[in-house]
Design a protein around this ligand. Sequence first.
Ligand SMILES: C[S@@+](CC[C@H](N)C(=O)[O-])C[C@H]1O[C@@H](n2cnc3c(N)ncnc32)[C@H](O)[C@@H]1O
Length: 192
Amino acid sequence: MKTRDSGMPDQDWWESFFDPDGVLDALGLRHFDGPVVDVGCGYGTFTLAVARRSAQPVIAVDIEPVMVETTVRKARDAGFTHVLGRVADVTEASFGVDPGSAAVVLLFNLLHCEDPCALLRTAVLALRPGGRVAAIHWRSDVPTPRGPDLAIRPRPDTLRGWLIQAGLDITVEPLVLPPYHFGMVGKIPSGA
Ligand SMILES: C[S@@+](CC[C@H](N)C(=O)[O-])C[C@H]1O[C@@H](n2cnc3c(N)ncnc32)[C@H](O)[C@@H]1O
């Protein structure tokens, strides 16, 4: 099932809201020691940014075939062969990677879904020991030109609590990603 309020506007407008490299840098996502999964990849805004900085496989998953096609085409046009597209409903199945295989899972602008904790549990199953979940979302403390209704938009403390509930240690505390987003990172505890 497509999660609530997850439709996409025009690509150029959407991509004007982000500095993808700035977001990845702020979240400490510079080096990857295994596959990266971009869950609900949309136009591949962050898939491409990861692919530019890592030769590891980047798996772009979306329920909308057109989003996966767009992302894979952009990757191919950029000369990347390590971006792999998967059409899948991530509320029904795994993220299309072997359990315990991913180094990083990106959950960007998705956790206003009906059951964010279930999605986080699926992310944890996909991760290898020491793997990380990075989550960003729209801010609620400033006006934003887009984003889900404030009633379902997660606040930083709420999202942080969900990561902890999923068994993750917070390694990057909630921070503002100007102008409209915030983000954080949680890691599988060592020895888990
Ligand atoms: C708001 S967009 C975010 C796109 C991207 N993560 C970004 O931040 O640029 C949410 C994306 O999740 C996808 N999506 C919604 N429900 C999904 C589901 N059940 N399984 C996989 N993808 C889903 C939508 O098609 C859409 O592309």
